[in-house]
Design a protein around this ligand. Structure first.
Ligand SMILES: NC(=O)c1ccc[n+]([C@@H]2O[C@H](COP(=O)([O-])OP(=O)(O)OC[C@H]3O[C@@H](n4cnc5c(N)ncnc54)[C@H](O)[C@@H]3O)[C@@H](O)[C@H]2O)c1
Length: 244
């Protein structure tokens, strides 16, 4: 029970990496608030020990403020929400970029602003931001908007880490490779030939397969726990070798 006595909140916990992370955090004894904009997806937490499901749209600043004001001080915040835009710079509109910045970057700013007062009062906290290897680490085809915004997440992470390092608050980022989640399935199925599209995603993974969300969650548990107490401002890459 590496997280006994700790409280955590996870955004975009309805499916994929967020969901796997909620289960892993709760299994280690944390009291977890699993949040998502999609209430239907949150029904899966009925009866799950240590987990309270709450609707939260991270594009809604007032809703973030209202929820965090109601909760006890949190030890851990996992900012998992994000959106993938498919296309090159020529195919990206101003609205595409603005929406991705709002969900992938600005939402993290808002939740961190909401969680900080409690963490500062307690003199401790671990903030974990979802980034990607597709960022300043690696350029991938048709990921202009996505890579641009996930690179911003890395900058945000370093900046928060620098400002709060002496106050007991850590801020790190997780950078997965390609993970077999519902939204990846949607991206694959949107292709004319989904089977070929899946093969192409697998081909860019040197391990010859996609990750499962349960293979990313242990890194989130590590960063939430005191085992990572000396780590801040770092990017934890779990990518099946994509950035070797
Ligand atoms: N799947 C991958 O290959 C991969 C790789 C690297 C990074 N990531 C990142 O991991 C994160 C999760 O992706 P995933 O593929 O595991 O999950 P997913 O994309 O399948 O699910 C995303 C979840 O986010 C929720 N969501 C969407 N808009 C929201 C909002 N405004 N407020 C709150 N919740 C909202 C959805 O309801 C859904 O439950 C994203 O930030 C993504 O960029 C994913």
């Amino acid at each position: 029970m590496r997280l006994k006595g700790k409280t955590a909140l996870v955004t975009a916990a309805g499916q994929g990496i967020g969901h796997a992370s909620v289960l892993a955090l709760a299994a280690e004894g944390a009291q977890v608030w699993a949040t998502d904009v999609n209430e239907k997806l949150l029904e899966r937490y009925a009866g799950v020990a240590n987990v309270t499901a709450v609707k939260l749209d991270v594009l809604d600043k007032a809703a973030i403020g209202a929820l965090f004001a109601k909760l006890p001080a949190l030890d851990v915040l996992f900012n998992c929400a994000g959106v993938v835009h498919n296309g090159t710079i020529e195919q990206a509109s101003d609205d595409d970029l603005a929406f991705a910045f709002a969900l992938n970057v600005r939402a993290q700013m808002w939740t961190i602003q909401a969680v900080l007062p409690g963490m500062l009062k307690a003199g401790r906290g671990s903030i974990i931001n979802m980034a990607s290897v597709c960022s300043s680490m690696k350029g991938l085809p048709n990921r202009f908007v996505y890579g641009t915004t996930k690179a911003a997440v890395l900058g945000l992470t370093k900046s928060v880490a620098a400002d709060y390092v002496a106050k007991g608050i850590r801020c790190n980022a997780v950078c997965p490779g390609t993970v077999d989640t519902p939204s990846l399935g949607d991206r694959i199925n949107a292709n004319a030939d989904p089977e070929e599209a899946r093969k192409a995603f697998i081909a860019r993974q040197p391990m010859g397969r996609l990750a499962q969300a349960e293979e990313i969650a242990p890194v989130v548990v590590f960063l939430a726990s005191d085992e990572s107490i000396f780590a801040t401002g770092q990017f934890f890459t779990v990518d099946g070798g994509i950035t070797i």
